[in-house]
Design a protein around this ligand. Structure first.
Ligand code: C2O
Length: 631
């Protein structure tokens, strides 16, 4: 009798959850429309079903989401990535071109289907060719029937922040990844947007509490965010609930999300400015007339004036590392493996400035890394098969993994891990230098007992951070800077997590339309990174980055030389040259002498960083994610 009762309980529970779980189907055709979101310039943007801003994807925890995706862009491939979702069991739906799928060619259809197992604020965006800043990015909201703060708010709002460019990405990427931009100065946005517009009015009622989900969908700019005359309580970071903590101003990097509770005032006389301000420290040079701010209004009374935002003396945002997750998940045990990853920017022989993790700049493989996992048998645990420039790190199943990231660059970077949220153990100060484990031993740093968790984290200029996660999610997961320019210049590495378990999970289960996408573009779907299916350890022919500069060459020197040769070759009188000060005659002469000496040493033959007009335009052997790639 007891048994029947248990059975009945079980089946009711099963029915209840089955009734709750829905299939949310979205039919998305991606194409072009014209828009002028900052009122300064009309341009072509990537829309969905003729709609821009693109629609928000809504789901409830437990739902299955199906996106029937059609690429109607006409002339370029596309993909959709669902940022922050763990995709447990469905790494092949993560949407990363040449990592988890082939990009979807123009004119083709492709179905994304996955279960949503986590509540929170996410977003979705193209993950191919630095494409999303052209408009293909929107919020993805997962409602939670068990939201622990449900009784503390009356209404939910979604607010997106972003930066905006008047030019389209392919052109911007070619000038960014170019010998004429040897310092790697990133294109500066033309303006900032909120909900893809400016001067947005947000109607509110007095004495109510709103759960505002804020998503920064920027290509580049982090934003400071505040609401004049109000404080708010942070309760969510990147989908993870944190204990409500009062703040006046927050800092949201590209790709970060935050959920806040805002209680409105008991009045209906005044309206208040809601301000987003792009962090101009990120910009190498600030164009004349740039307005870094975007203002919206909290509208208590639509007939009252919309006040201008007041200038503030200095920024003083809340430090997210101080937050404590609501579930109080304890600090993971000492890691089974700890990777120390140094970040730097440097020039390669083509004169272009690239971004590196431990001296490797990412170049995408010929075979999507996931398909290499699935077709390399026991060799899937051997990093060789994935190719040098995917920067593969192979993880065993169910271990604690630590990343120590040292930023050797004077810029700020937001790092994102696919497939996981991570615990943040430490973040060093600006100019604080590399992480030193001695700090733990001598007690000058202690790890928090219940560390903050999120999926995208800022590292400070020449600072560091230490994070941990559990390798409990077999898959191919990128770790990368979420400044889209740095995705294009190679600041990416690939975690190949539990490849043998992944084979068991997915072999024979990849839907045919995934392979069709590859076939339509003659992209191989098996073998190692070079497409070799016979000898998996032979990666001859794999995509690689341009070589290193010859020893003794300063980047500036080779660039000076390259530039003069290039200018000579192309007969260019003037070249748009930004980010680098004047190259003096002395520097140029020095560079020429060095290259002569190098030419002598190497028997009179010197390939000057592959400099000939054709390779500059096509990118030569560079097969990165930008349009410079040869494929
Ligand atoms: Cu928003 Cu690789 O991700």
């Amino acid at each position: 009798m007891a048994l029947t009762r248990v059975m009945r309980l079980l089946s009711t529970a099963f029915l209840a959850s089955a009734a709750l779980a829905d299939v949310r189907t979205y039919d998305f055709t991606v194409g072009w429309v014209n828009r002028n979101p900052d009122g300064q310039h009309e341009r072509r943007v990537m829309a969905i079903n003729g709609q821009w801003p693109i629609p928000t994807i809504h789901a409830t925890v437990g739902d299955q989401v199906v996106v029937n995706f059609k690429n109607d862009l006409g002339d370029r491939p596309c993909s959709l990535h669902f940022h922050g979702l763990y995709m447990n069991g469905t790494t092949h739906m993560d949407g990363v071109a040449q990592s988890t799928q082939c990009p979807v060619p123009a004119g083709s259809v492709f179905t994304y289907s996955f279960n949503v197992t986590q509540p929170g604020t996410y977003w979705y965006h193209s993950h191919v060719d630095g494409q999303y800043p052209d408009g293909l990015r929107g919020p993805l909201i997962v409602r939670d029937p068990e939201n622990p703060y449900a009784d503390q708010f009356d209404e939910e709002l979604v607010l997106t922040l972003s930066d905006w460019y008047h030019d389209e990405m392919p052109g911007l990427i070619s000038s960014f990844l170019s010998v004429t931009n040897p310092t790697g100065a990133e294109p500066v946005p033309n303006s900032a947007l909120m909900n893809d517009t400016q001067n947005l009015q947000i109607p509110v009622q007095p004495g109510k509490t709103y759960f505002i989900r804020i998503v920064n969908m920027a290509a580049f700019a982090a934003q400071y965010f505040w609401i004049e005359g109000h404080t708010f309580r942070i309760i969510e970071l990147d989908g993870i609930y944190h204990k409500p903590t009062e703040a006046e101003q927050i800092y949201l990097t590209a790709a970060q999300r935050v959920g806040i509770l805002l209680t409105t005032k008991n009045q209906t006389t005044d309206n208040f400015a809601v301000v987003g301000s792009m962090d101009q420290d990120l910009f190498d040079q600030i164009p004349d007339g740039l307005n870094p701010n975007v203002t919206s209004y909290l509208v208590y009374n639509k007939d009252a004036p919309m006040p201008n935002a007041t200038d503030i003396e200095e920024f003083n945002p809340f430090d997210d590392t101080e937050l404590v997750p609501t579930d109080e998940e304890a600090l993971y045990e000492d890691p089974a493996v700890s990777y120390t990853i140094d970040v730097k920017m440097d020039n390669l022989r083509d004169g272009t400035n690239y971004a590196f993790f431990n001296d490797v700049t990412f170049v995408r493989p010929k075979v999507p890394t996931l398909y290499t996992v699935l077709t390399s048998g026991d060799l899937a645990t051997n990093e060789t098969v994935y190719g040098v420039n995917t920067h593969p790190l192979i993880l065993s199943h169910n271990q604690v993994v630590e990343i120590v990231l040292n930023n050797h660059d004077p810029g700020k970077h937001p790092f994102h891990l696919h497939g996981h949220a991570f615990q943040v153990l430490h973040r060093g100060a600006e100019e604080g230098g590399d992480w030193d484990p001695e700090a733990l031993r001598n007690g000058s740093v202690t790890y928090p007992a219940t560390p903050m968790r999120r999926d995208t984290l800022l590292v400070r200029p020449n600072g560091n951070f230490v994070i941990r996660f559990r390798s409990d999610n077999p898959g191919v997961w990128l770790f990368h800077c979420h400044i889209e320019w740095h995705v294009d210049s190679g600041l990416i590495l690939t975690f190949v997590e539990a490849p043998l378990q992944l084979q068991q999970q997915l072999n024979g289960k990849i839907p045919e339309d995934h392979f069709d996408a590859c076939r339509a573009q003659d992209m191989p779907i098996e073998g190692n990174a070079a497409g070799n299916t016979v000898n998996l350890l032979d990666t001859t022919g794999m995509n690689v980055s341009p070589g290193l500069l010859p020893e003794g060459f300063t980047p500036k020197g080779i660039v000076a030389l390259t530039f003069s040769i290039l200018a000579g070759l192309l007969g260019i009188a003037t070249i748009v040259w930004y980010g680098l000060g004047e190259i003096s005659n002395v520097e140029q002469r020095e560079a020429e002498q060095k290259i002569d000496a190098f030419a002598e040493k190497s028997g009179g033959v010197v390939e000057v960083s592959g400099v000939h007009a054709a390779s500059i335009r096509s990118g030569g052997g560079h097969a990165g994610s930008g349009p410079l790639q040869t494929r």
